[in-house]
Design a protein around this ligand. Structure first.
Ligand SMILES: CCCCCCCCC/C=C/C(=O)SCCNC(=O)CCNC(=O)[C@H](O)C(C)(C)COP(=O)(O)OP(=O)(O)OC[C@H]1O[C@@H](n2cnc3c(N)ncnc32)[C@H](O)[C@@H]1OP(=O)(O)O
Ligand SMILES: NC(=O)C1=CN([C@@H]2O[C@H](COP(=O)(O)OP(=O)(O)OC[C@H]3O[C@@H](n4cnc5c(N)ncnc54)[C@H](OP(=O)(O)O)[C@@H]3O)[C@@H](O)[C@H]2O)C=CC1
Length: 275
């Protein structure tokens, strides 16, 4: 497909995409490499990273512009080691896409403390560890950088997944704080919030039935694609948008504006107040 971006827009630039072995992360890595970037991808499972690197190589990206390895973003030591490898390999990091994340459905009342913590660590702590490492070691010294945090559509809360709703809202607020703190360093920080309606390797785990529910709750009456989300991420990653910072960009087919999101038990009817 023809790109909406100018050829060579990311030539001589380096991007680190967490969770870049699958789904939205891989679609972002493909768009960035097609535009000339060198890209480093990481995830917990090496098979996924190898599959991602193979897909990028099959696109025709030369191996000298690709790097991948395992890194659990929840572990500060692994984050430090991976970022060090990327800097050693490419010498710089211009773009960080914090895309890695995920959770499991659970009613709040039965969430165990460990379950809550697992999801907060995966989505909020991990994003912070990676962001600070890349900023302090590559972007602040270079006085330039663009960070894009992938969150989720949480403006209406996230009933049934309150842990991830809280974590993603935390990332959105972190986005705003760092956009201000690091403006002086030439670093822009933005977030992209996909609707909970993107057909990907991630949502495949939730099953076709739930995807159909979420499609029906979307005014545009279809699911989004990882490539559509990737184009918003790439737009915010480019130097063509240097006046955009601290923003949260939704890409959701209008989902937050309308209707019931998905079925959780309906609240009980309540008597009207007397006076
Ligand atoms: C209404 C919905 C609308 C759904 C609407 C559909 C739209 C969805 C939109 C979003 C799409 C995406 O995000 S796409 C991305 C999709 N991918 C994912 O979501 C998978 C990501 N999940 C993971 O990576 C992991 O499960 C992760 C969250 C990090 C937790 O892994 P850990 O190894 O840290 O966890 P463990 O050590 O195994 O367990 C830690 C605790 O968490 C609990 N725990 C772990 N998995 C659990 C599970 N499936 N169900 C219950 N509890 C679980 C355990 O019981 C433990 O608590 P104790 O028992 O007390 O010890
Ligand atoms: N698809 C959708 O509708 C929506 C997606 N999102 C979010 O968008 C992002 C991408 O999702 P999507 O592409 O759909 O799903 P995927 O499951 O394909 O992508 C998640 C990626 O993150 C990696 N990852 C997860 N946890 C960690 C970790 N602790 N450390 C390092 N890597 C990790 C996974 O690799 P590995 O398992 O090997 O670690 C995987 O490659 C996620 O944050 C997701 O929650 C948000 C809203 C909606």
């Amino acid at each position: 497909m023809q790109s909406m971006f100018a050829a060579g827009l990311f030539a001589h630039q380096v991007a680190l995409v967490t969770g870049g072995g699958s789904g939205i992360g891989l679609a972002t890595a493909r768009e960035l490499t097609a535009l000339g970037a060198s890209v480093a991808i990481c995830g917990r499972k090496m098979e996924k990273i190898e599959a991602g690197l193979a897909a990028l190589a099959a696109d025709g990206v030369p191996s000298e512009r690709l790097f991948g390895g395992t890194c659990d973003i929840r572990e500060p030591d692994q984050v430090a080691a991976f970022v060090g490898q990327v800097i050693e390999r490419f010498g710089r990091i211009d773009v960080l896409v914090n895309n890695a994340g995920g959770q499991f459905p659970s009613p709040a009342e039965t969430l165990s403390p460990r379950g809550w913590e697992a999801v907060i660590r995966n989505n909020l702590n991990g994003t912070f560890f990676m962001t600070r490492e890349v900023a302090t070691r590559a972007m602040i010294p270079a006085k330039r950088g663009r960070i894009v945090n992938v969150t989720a559509m949480v403006v209406r809360g996230f009933p049934g997944m309150s842990h991830t709703g809280a974590a993603r809202a935390g990332v959105e607020n972190l986005t705003r704080s760092l956009a201000i703190e690091w403006a002086a360093h030439g670093i822009r920080v933005n977030a992209v919030a996909p609707g909970n309606n993107i057909r990907s390797s991630g949502t495949a785990q939730y099953g076709e039935e739930l995807l159909e529910v979420t499609r029906k709750a979307t005014p545009l009456k279809r699911l989004g694609t990882p490539e559509e989300v990737a184009r918003v991420i790439v737009f915010l990653s480019s130097t063509q948008n240097d006046f955009v910072t601290g923003a949260v960009w939704g890409i959701d087919g209008g989902q937050p504006l309308w209707g019931e999101l998905w079925p959780i038990p309906e609240p009980e009817p309540q008597p009207e107040a007397k006076g």
